[in-house]
Ligand binder design. Structure first.
Ligand SMILES: Cc1ncc(COP(=O)(O)O)c(C=O)c1O
Length: 427
C-alpha cells in the first residue's frame, strides 16, 4: 500500500516531546462545537476520533479497489494486497507475525469465536484464570466455555483502593490444571496497567497459554506480544484512531492447536481460520492507515517496506508515553484535588493510562456526563463500560463511574476545562 502523505504534514521534533497541536488539524471531528464550545473529546476509551488519512484510505478502497477476494482481475488482486499489507501493518503493531493476524467485526466477536475453537480441547479437569479487572469481552466467553466443558474459572481479584490486580493471587491460582490465563493489559474503567509479562514464567511452569486483551492498552503504549509473553493478543482499531473493527493476533503454536469451526466461507491460511465470510475490506484498509498514522508520530514518512513500521512505532510510543505521563498527572491530580470527587484506580503518577474513573458527590454519573457536554462541550462517558465486575467490587452502585480518557489530541486547555466543569458540579 502506498504511504499516505501524512508524516510530511506533522511536525515531529527531534526530542521525545509530543505536542498535541501537531496532530489536531488532522482530525476534522475537533472542529465540532457544542453550545458554543469546541468539543473536548474525553470519550476515547469508548472509541477515539479518526484522522482524515484513515477516512481517505477507506474512501480510496471503496471508490477505487472495491471487490471481493481471490479472483483473477485487478480490483480483486488489489483487495488481496490491501488485506495482506494491513496484516503486515497490524502484525508490526502488535509485535507478532502477520499471518497470525485475524480481522473480525470487533474484539468481542473474535474472542468469542476463538474460545469456541478451543472448546474441543478443554475438559472438566481444566482451569481458566480470568480477572475481575477485565472487560466482560475477556470474561464472558471464558465463563461460557467453562460452563459448556465443565472446566473451572478462577477469577483474580483487584485491590479496590489502588485498582491494581492482585498479582500474588496469580501464583496461587495458576497450577497444573491451568490451560488459559485471560488478562487485560490495561483496564478500560480505571486505567490500570497490568504487569502481564510477569505471568509468563508462571504459565510456562504449567504449560498454560496467555491471552491478552490489549483493547484499552493499544492506544497508549507500545504493544509487543513477545515482550508481554502473550500467546494471543486482541485489540480494536477504533480505540486507536482507526475504524470499527477487531483484530486478533495468534501465535503459530496456538494456531496449530486450534480447532475452529471449519466453515466453508472462511480462509485456511494462518489466522484466517478465525475469520468468517466477507470482511470489512474498507475497515481493514483504514486499520492499516491508523497504524501508519501512529507510526508517523515517530517521525519521517515510511518507505513502505515491511520492516519500517516497528522502529517508527517504537519512537512514536516513546513520545506518546511521555506526553501521557504529563496528561495523567494533570488530570489525575486535578480531579483528586476537587473536594468530594473520588477518583478510583492507580494514582496520577502510577502505572496507568490517561483514563480516569471517578464519582462526583450528589450527582449521578449520567448527569455529570450530560452536564459536562451541555455546559462546556466536554464529552465523557458513564456507567460500567462493560467492566461490570470492577463496578461491582468498587461498590459504587449501578450508576457506575464517570470516565474521562485523554487521547493524543487532548490539550492542557481541554483538561483544565474538564476540571473546571467537574468542580462546578460539586455541591
Ligand atoms: C478493555 C476492553 N476490552 C474489550 C473491549 C471490547 O472491544 P470490542 O468493542 O472491539 O468488542 C473493550 C471495549 O470497550 C475494552 O475497552
Amino acid at each position: 500500500m502506498s504511504n499516505p502523505p501524512f508524516a510530511a504534514r506533522v511536525h515531529v521534533p527531534a526530542d521525545r516531546t509530543f505536542d498535541p497541536a501537531s496532530v489536531r488539524p488532522l482530525f476534522p471531528a475537533l472542529e465540532r462545537r457544542q453550545n458554543g464550545h469546541p468539543v473536548a473529546y474525553f470519550d476515547g476509551p469508548g472509541g477515539t476520533q479518526v484522522p482524515s488519512l484513515v477516512v481517505d484510505a477507506m474512501r480510496d478502497y471503496l471508490l477505487r479497489h472495491n471487490a471481493n477476494t481471490h479472483w483473477a482481475y485487478p480490483a480483486s488482486a488489489e483487495t488481496d494486497e490491501i488485506i495482506s499489507a494491513s496484516k503486515r501493518a497490524l502484525g508490526a503493531f502488535v509485535g507478532g507475525a502477520s499471518d497470525g493476524i485475524a480481522f473480525g467485526a470487533n474484539m468481542t466477536s473474535l474472542l468469542y469465536h476463538f474460545t469456541r475453537a478451543l472448546a474441543p480441547a478443554i475438559s472438566a479437569d481444566d482451569e481458566i484464570v480470568t480477572t475481575r479487572l477485565d472487560h466482560q469481552a475477556n470474561i464472558a466467553p471464558w465463563v461460557r466455555l467453562a460452563r459448556e466443558t465443565g472446566a473451572t474459572v478462577r477469577p483474580i481479584p483487584f485491590d479496590v483502593r489502588t485498582g491494581m490486580l492482585d498479582m500474588a493471587a496469580f501464583a496461587d491460582a495458576i497450577g497444573p490444571r491451568t490451560r488459559w490465563i485471560a488478562v487485560g493489559a490495561a483496564s478500560n474503567a480505571l486505567g490500570t496497567i497490568n504487569d502481564v509479562a510477569s505471568l509468563r514464567p508462571l504459565a510456562d511452569e504449567v504449560g498454560a497459554r496467555i491471552l491478552v486483551d490489549a483493547v484499552h492498552y493499544a492506544a497508549h503504549h507500545r504493544l509487543d506480544a513477545r515482550r508481554m509473553g502473550a500467546d494471543v493478543v486482541a485489540c480494536s482499531p477504533y480505540k486507536f484512531y482507526g475504524p470499527h473493527l477487531g483484530v486478533m493476533w495468534v501465535s503459530a503454536e496456538v494456531l496449530a492447536e486450534l480447532d475452529p469451526a471449519r466453515l466453508p466461507c472462511a480462509g485456511s491460511v494462518g489466522a484466517e481460520v478465525l475469520e468468517t465470510g466477507t470482511l470489512s475490506h474498507e475497515g481493514i484498509a483504514g486499520a492499516a492507515a491508523a497504524v501508519e498514522f501512529l507510526a508517523g508520530l515517530g517521525g519521517g514518512p515510511g518507505d513502505g517496506s515491511d520492516g519500517e513500521f516497528a522502529p517508527r512505532l517504537d519512537a512514536a510510543f516513546a513520545r506518546l508515553e511521555a506526553r501521557g505521563d504529563e496528561v495523567a498527572r494533570r488530570m489525575g491530580e486535578g480531579l483528586a484535588a476537587i473536594p468530594g470527587v473520588r477518583v478510583y484506580g492507580p494514582p496520577a503518577d502510577g502505572v496507568r493510562t490517561t483514563t480516569f474513573g471517578f464519582t462526583v458527590p450528589g450527582r449521578s454519573s449520567e448527569e455529570v456526563t450530560r452536564r459536562l457536554a451541555e455546559d462546556l462541550g466536554v464529552f465523557t462517558s458513564h456507567g460500567d463500560f462493560y467492566a461490570t465486575t470492577v463496578i461491582e467490587d468498587l461498590g459504587v452502585g449501578p450508576d457506575g463511574l464517570v470516565r474521562a480518557g485523554a487521547a493524543c489530541f487532548t490539550t492542557d486547555e481541554e483538561i483544565d476545562r474538564l476540571l473546571e466543569g467537574v468542580e462546578a458540579l460539586v455541591r
